[in-house]
Design a protein around this ligand. Structure first.
Ligand code: S3P
Length: 175
């Protein structure tokens, strides 16, 4: 579309397992932009896995660090940003993303996100949805958050097409 002029940042939001990191990498490659994953920055800065930051410091502290890192990204241009699934719970974060780039919701059903996570080769590092009732907890996260995910300017159904196709479609929609 031609309405969005000079987008500097693309913020990918959505449930854990919605493909933010995978699709984010593809989009960044296609655009020739940088890619950052806020979870990776948290891990790097804290010197431990994000899951460990959550369990050792608690969710309140984790959210604080997450917001801090997000806001630092205002200084980086031409970047595709994979946010943590819970970034949208903060109204300030949602406002920041709206004002500093293009917000994208990678829409998936809870079942598909769950399946994607189970099939992932990466070690599972998501204490909020760990344990035997993980799927139920993911349902609960979705129930609380979907209204905030839906505030994104662009909604893309990730179950609809292959990842590369998805990435090029997003670029067409956005730029
Ligand atoms: C979280 C999602 C995770 C990570 C943390 C909390 C959440 O990121 O930030 O475990 O609250 O949904 P992903 O969405 O990349 O899994």
């Amino acid at each position: 579309g031609s309405q969005v002029v000079d987008v500097q940042r693309i913020f990918l939001t959505g449930l854990p397992g919605s493909g933010k990191t995978t699709i984010g990498h593809r989009i960044a490659d296609l655009l020739g932009w940088n890619f950052v994953d806020t979870d990776d920055i948290i891990a790097e800065r804290m010197g431990m896995a994000t899951g460990k930051v959550l369990t050792e410091y608690g969710e309140t502290r984790f959210r604080h660090i997450e917001s801090e890192i997000l806001h630092e990204l205002a200084n980086n241009g031409r970047v595709v940003i994979s946010t943590g699934g819970g970034t949208v719970i903060s109204e300030a974060n949602r406002k920041f993303m709206r004002e500093h780039g293009l917000t994208v919701y990678l829409q998936t059903s809870v079942a598909a996100s769950w399946k994607r996570m189970q099939e992932s080769s990466a070690p599972i590092d998501r204490p909020l949805i760990a344990g035997g009732d993980g799927l139920q907890r993911l349902h609960n996260l979705y129930a609380t958050r979907h209204q905030w995910y839906e505030e994104a300017i662009i909604h893309i159904d990730t179950e609809e097409c292959a990842e590369t196709e998805l990435a090029s479609r997003l670029i067409e929609l956005a730029l």
